[in-house]
Design a protein around this ligand. Structure first.
Ligand code: F6P
Length: 542
């Protein structure tokens, strides 16, 4: 048995779960009119409402006690102080340093990195301003119009999501994102591009990711075919990477490379120069506001008590459901079309960080780590997976997110918000058999007709959710929201005893893909793999 599952607090939580498991959220709300007041936090322009969870005061007390016993406070201190919290790679995870505008000195490995960070921010600012103002010219002297961000995973998802989320701040420069090695990702974008007015940003921390390098070669060849000489590449190519040398090998000049450091994890890298395309697309001033919003959330995370700490509460609730309700998944549903890539970003953040089966020290876990995180914008999601949320056999907690851009004259927005509030309310309440019968009778059905259909019309309810509402979708609020989820991931990793900052689970498939590539390129039949893989490769080659 692990230290966690044999601990006193685990047993207390287990017993507590037993006592609370039969309580229905409908009843607890009926019984306690002040429930919302007790279980919500107002912070800056946000409300975090966690009252629709299967908890009571004792649950929070036990969970906070567990967090205290796990020394979470010290773990947060170490994270923010630049200690090597990524133990398997012997690195700090200092993404918070990138959005710190307050302190004079930031030490990582005894080196003050503050000036490097400021230099990088200034370079982002300078490039953004030059491109937006038209001062940056392509090889024929024309101002730029299109920027293509080429990167994958953490070098794509965050910046793409934030650019989409902040559509109201877009300027004259159009930003496109290409991640997949499938040519179909690049082709539709390239079709409409003029090489004279296009700039590519090759984003790869390692500068060795197959997909990114293949796409980089594709566009470099296209530029050459379009008559752009290699000596003019500095007008059309930038790179963001931790390796100048590898960028140089690709023909990108040192001055055109923006650095990221090994203490910035891929999925936490939006705050580094990986956010360059965003800064170009919304202007540096707005980009800086995003960073400052995240900094505010960092301070909240560092300084608030666990009981008042939004990311810590989010982490503890997830721990509660996974460990004691045995949930397998959590849904995230932003009611805002501009947030369409948010679930993708969050899936990588949480699942790449916490989808592990061994502890920080390599011991096999005897409890659940990260579940599946999936989502879609509302109301689209209501017409795809909401059936399973309401009536499926699993309990799937939901994070509902919206921005209270309330406008009684905008009927469509009113419909959107109505659905946002209604879904969370109906998930807790459900519909009993009696209510379902009355509802059908009201609709004019006969008793006989009702008999067969009735079981299908019952909603069990008691389905938990968090609700996050911010006043507006501004760069500051987006920055805070993203930082909350990052810290939630870190805090949950800590409670689970997992290192959230490595991703070794992505390596094996990549290695085998290299072996398969050799076989695909060979004339001979392959016998290198299992019978299924061999047969499929050979069939494909024929
Ligand atoms: O998917 C694995 C991963 O290593 C991610 O963590 C990372 O964000 C992505 O690949 C891209 O890596 P790079 O920036 O080095 O190209």
């Amino acid at each position: 048995m692990s230290k966690l599952t044999s601990s006193k607090i685990w047993h207390e939580l287990k017993t507590h779960h037993f006592s609370i498991n039969n309580l229905h959220l409908r009843d607890v709300f009926d019984y306690d009119e002040d429930r919302f007041d007790k279980f919500h936090i107002e912070w800056n322009e946000f409300i975090f409402d966690y009252s629709k969870n299967r908890i009571n005061y004792d649950t929070i007390t036990f969970l906070c006690e567990m967090a205290r016993k796990s020394r979470l406070k010290f773990a947060v201190r170490d994270l923010l102080a630049g200690k090597k919290v990524n133990n398997t790679e012997n690195r700090a995870a200092m993404h918070t340093a990138l959005r710190n505008f307050t302190v004079e000195e930031i030490f990582i490995d005894k080196i003050n990195v503050k000036s490097q960070i400021e230099k990088s921010r200034n370079k982002i600012k300078e490039i953004s301003n030059k491109i937006i103002s038209g001062q940056w010219k392509g090889h024929t002297g024309k101002a730029l119009e299109n920027i293509i961000n080429i990167g994958i995973g953490g070098s794509d998802l965050g910046v793409k999501m934030a650019y989409s989320a902040l559509s109201q701040y877009h300027n004259n420069i159009k930003i496109h994102f290409v991640a997949n090695v499938d040519r179909r990702a690049m082709m539709p974008i390239m079709r409409d591009l003029n090489p004279e007015t296009t700039l590519f940003i090759i984003c790869s921390k390692s500068f060795s990711t197959t997909e990114t390098l293949a796409n980089a070669s594709l566009v470099m060849n296209w530029m050459i075919r379009s008559g752009v000489s290699q000596s003019d590449f500095d007008k059309h190519f930038l790179a963001v990477s931790s390796s100048y040398e590898k960028c140089l090998e690709y023909g990108i000049k040192k001055e055109n490379v923006l650095e990221v450091w090994d203490w910035v994890g891929g999925r936490f890298s939006l705050w580094s120069a990986m956010g360059l395309a965003l800064s170009i697309g919304i202007g540096y001033r707005n980009y800086e506001k995003l960073l400052k919003g995240a900094e505010m959330a960092d301070n909240h995370f560092a300084k608030s008590s666990f009981e008042q700490n939004i990311p810590v509460l989010m982490a503890m609730l997830e721990f509660w459901y996974r460990s004691f309700f045995q949930t397998n998944a959590r849904a995230v549903v932003p009611y805002n079309q501009d947030m369409k890539y948010f679930p993708d970003w969050l899936s990588q953040l949480e699942m790449e960080s916490l989808g592990k089966s061994v502890s920080k020290n390599g011991e096999k876990l005897d409890y659940k780590s990260s579940g599946i995180v999936f989502g879609e914008v509302g109301t689209d999601a209501q017409h795809s997976f909401f059936q399973i949320l309401h009536q499926g056999s699993d309990m799937i907690p939901v994070d509902f997110i919206a921005f209270a851009e309330y406008d009684p004259l905008d009927n469509q927005n009113q419909i959107l918000l109505a659905n946002f509030f209604a879904q969370a309310a109906s998930l807790i309440k459900g519909r009993t058999e009696t209510e379902a019968r009355e509802n059908l009778l009201r609709k004019g059905k006969s008793i006989e007709e009702i008999q067969d259909i009735l079981p299908h019309k019952v909603f069990p309810g008691n389905k938990p959710s968090n609700t996050i509402i911010a006043k507006r979708l501004t760069p500051e609020n987006l920055g805070s929201l993203l930082a909350f989820y990052e810290h939630k991931t870190f805090a949950l990793g800590h409670l689970l005893g997992i290192n959230p900052f490595d991703q070794m689970g992505v390596e094996l498939g990549k290695e085998i893909a290299n072996d398969v590539l050799l076989e695909l390129n060979s004339q001979k039949e392959t016998h290198a793999f299992d019978s299924s893989t061999n047969a499929l490769i050979n069939w494909t080659k024929k």
